[in-house]
Write a protein of this length. Structure first.
Length: 372
């Protein structure tokens, strides 16, 4: 029990067990402290596996990045971004980074384990979400994204694969490897500029040509622009699920246009395709695509290959399946607006009639509706 002196965090006040726990908490973790288990996912230069800390028997997800691959592909910057961004964010709906360490071959990020997997898996399993479930999960996504925007972090690759579900079935947004730290003066969607914060290194990027249109996964930066046929499934992810990332770095004074292509074809905003503009509004666009997908079972813009997907996005060529809830349709129509300046902001999204009855402030304490 605490005594009068315990405000100083003096280890003299602690029991031997508490002192040992403190030492353990402070110690730098090493690969040997963990037992690695079953695979949870594969990324373009990483894999995610279950990991148990031997001393505590706590389970985590370990994202393992292969140094040789990262160096070869010049992706070191992305690893640093992911680590720094995760470190800067602290929210119940965002995956937490507990430890980061390395051995000779690999880098290890020890993260929250999302025991219930990807939102995409649930969409596939259910076909589509019951409306009240879609409402609840969209509300959680809005809260998570509003939080990261308040820290001036733009995710840039929001999609149902990157929205995980924890043991308690609340969301855990993951994969900040392509996140972007913007200044508060960024070209952002309507009124949702957050306060200035965080001292992450700006990751500035070279202007790049439109990406090569490879697989339907997260877009990777390739030299050519030739569309490659992709006859993958119809749910927003083919077989792989990779993101389009760019490479190389150089200074560019126009920060929010300095970015080359990042994102996943189906969720990429028109302004990113046209102007390479990185804005908070691009994350809102992705939320609109996810909203549509939760009910329709597939993303709004989907074509046999990425080139054709981009064409559809740029022409706002999509339609609602019969029976689509009219309130959600109205909301999606206000989000999927080509001009990012005219796109609804997250503050207004929260006030939309679709969310009537949702208390955005108490979602963490609200039991998620059962997904059936
Ligand atoms: N797949 C990728 N990241 C994961 C995580 N943190 N938990 C569970 N599965 C994952």
């Amino acid at each position: 029990t605490p005594n009068s002196d315990n405000t100083t965090n003096n280890s003299n006040n602690l029991t031997p067990q508490q002192q040992q726990a403190m030492l353990l908490a402070q110690r730098k973790r090493k690969v040997k402290d963990f037992q690695f288990g079953k695979p949870l996912g594969e990324g373009s230069y990483s894999s995610v596996v279950e990991a148990t800390e031997i001393a505590t028997q706590r389970t985590y997800a370990a994202k393992i990045l292969y140094k040789r691959h990262i160096l070869k592909e010049k992706k070191t910057k992305y690893v640093k971004i992911e680590r720094d961004v995760l470190h800067a964010l602290n929210h119940p709906f965002i995956v937490k980074l507990y430890y980061a360490f390395q051995d000779q071959d690999s880098l290890f990020l020890i993260l929250d384990l999302a025991a219930n997997g990807e939102l995409l898996t649930w969409i596939r399993k259910l076909g589509s979400f019951p409306l009240h479930c879609a409402r609840f999960y969209l509300a959680e996504i809005v809260v998570a994204v509003e939080y990261m925007h308040s820290k001036n972090i733009i995710h840039r690759d929001l999609k149902p694969e990157n929205i995980l579900l924890g043991e308690d079935m609340h969301i855990l947004v993951t994969d900040f490897g392509t996140a972007f730290q913007c200044s508060s003066s960024s070209i952002s969607s309507s009124s949702e500029d957050g306060n200035k914060s965080s001292s992450l290194t700006q990751h500035q990027q070279q202007q790049q040509p439109l990406p090569n249109l490879s697989s339907s996964t997260t877009l990777t930066n390739h030299p050519s622009n030739k569309p490659i046929n992709n006859t993958s499934g119809d749910d927003g992810r083919g077989r792989g699920g990779r993101s389009t990332r760019k490479s190389s770095s150089s200074d560019d004074s126009n920060q929010n246009r300095a970015n080359s292509f990042v994102g996943t074809a189906e969720y990429v905003s028109p302004e990113l395709l046209k102007d390479k503009a990185v804005t908070k509004a691009s994350d809102v666009w992705a939320i609109g695509c996810i909203a549509y997908q939760l009910i329709a079972g597939r993303p709004p813009f989907k074509a046999p290959n990425e080139y054709l997907t981009f064409q559809k996005i740029l022409k706002l060529d999509y339609s609602f399946p019969p029976g689509f809830n009219p309130q959600l349709r109205d909301l999606v129509e206000q989000i999927l607006v080509l001009d990012p300046k005219r796109r609804i902001g997250l503050d207004k999204v929260k006030e939309h009639p679709f969310f009537a009855g949702i208390n955005f402030n108490s979602l963490t304490q609200t039991a998620p509706p059962r997904l059936i």
